[in-house]
Design a protein around this ligand. Structure first.
Ligand code: CP
Ligand code: NVA
Length: 329
């Protein structure tokens, strides 16, 4: 069934119903098949898309840019120091100006409130490309990857281990609650999500049947997982917390022992990326050597194993973002 999502913002998945998310995932899958078959699209012909980035990005930026170009739109990258957003003029003023020129606006940054103000004042669809609180477009890619692997979302067991209170843990919980995915956060209590959000998600889960579980036990918590998901231990903007996070999260690293503890030979490993799984990057070398580590949230062995679907996930960012843009424009 087709849904009319024209003109809608995507600030968090809470704004969408299960049926609407299902529709976006089916559309993404169709767009993926078309791209693979070399069929050129023109759904966004003549549209102009603003891409605002306060924080760096590889996947999200490229996914928006390629998806826009594939369908005939013109993407314009606006970096932190390129525009006045909240500096010489208010976010609401920038929103109203961009809304007069562009047909859609993506925003990645710090305060979630910024994307809310953009969404309120732009008058054109605004999409959240990551804030400190939520990363909804990532979840669409993750759920498309789950569907590709398991043929369904309902009743699959998704276990997130690591920083249980960041944008990824929050958004996966919201998405799982809506879609009927059983979601477990395996993290030390000090890194569990806000109580209010957990309660909100448990209410959402009443209609979908999803179970939302929080546990600090990294052995029992992963048992029966269909997918193990992790993210960086220190999100963008929280760099001063490296040493305490390493101390808190070392028992929650995704390694082969954790994979074995799932007792599921068909378990898959997911990560939104970027990942610290070796010392082969400039930052990796600096940070990991400083703390005497070889890898952080996931071992190289798991990252490079047959369980790992991280590059399918990364590719799916583009197809799902294309789905969001074409549906809301
Ligand atoms: N997963 C993700 O959002 O990646 P980027 O930070 O590269 O956009
Ligand atoms: N939690 C991470 C996600 C990166 C895609 C961050 O905010 O840095």
């Amino acid at each position: 069934m087709a849904f009319n999502l024209k003109g809608r913002n995507l600030l968090t998945l809470k704004d969408y119903t299960k049926e609407e998310i299902d529709y976006l995932l089916t559309l993404a899958s169709d767009l993926k098949s078309k791209k693979r078959a070399g069929i050129k699209g023109n759904i966004l012909e003549g549209k102009n898309i603003a891409l605002i980035f306060e924080k760096p990005s590889t996947r999200t930026r490229c996914a928006f840019a390629v998806a826009a170009k594939d369908e005939g739109a013109m993407p314009e990258y606006l970096g932190k120091s390129d525009i006045q957003l909240g500096k010489k003029e208010t976010v609401a003023d920038t929103a109203r100006v961009l809304g007069r020129m562009f047909d859609g606006i993506e925003f990645r940054g710090y305060a979630h409130q910024t994307v809310e103000i953009l969404g309120e004042f732009a008058g054109v669809p605004v999409w959240n490309g990551l804030t400190d609180l939520y990363h909804p477009t990532q979840i669409l890619a993750d759920f498309l990857t789950l569907k590709e692997n398991f043929g369904k979302l309902e009743e699959t067991n998704l276990v997130y281990t690591g920083d249980g209170r960041n944008n990824m843990a929050n958004s996966l919980m919201v998405g799982s609650a809506i879609m009927g995915v059983n979601y477990t956060i395996v993290a030390p209590k000090s890194l569990w999500p806000e109580k209010e959000l957990v309660e909100e998600c448990r209410i959402l889960a009443e209609s979908s049947g999803a179970e939302i579980t929080l546990t600090a036990d990294p052995v029992k918590g992963v048992k029966g997982a269909d997918a193990i998901y992790t993210d960086v231990w220190v999100s963008m903007g929280e760099e001063e917390h490296f040493s305490e996070r390493i101390e808190q999260l070392t028992p929650y690293q995704v390694n082969m022992e954790m994979i074995k503890n799932t007792e599921n030979p068909d378990v898959i490993f997911l990560h939104c990326l970027p990942a610290y799984h070796n010392t082969e990057t400039e930052n990796g070398e600096k940070i990991l050597k400083e703390y005497g580590l070889k890898e952080m949230e996931v071992t190289d062995k798991v990252f490079e194993s047959k369980y790992s679907k991280v590059f399918d996930q990364a590719e799916n960012r583009m197809h799902t973002i294309k789905s969001v843009m074409t549906a809301t424009l």
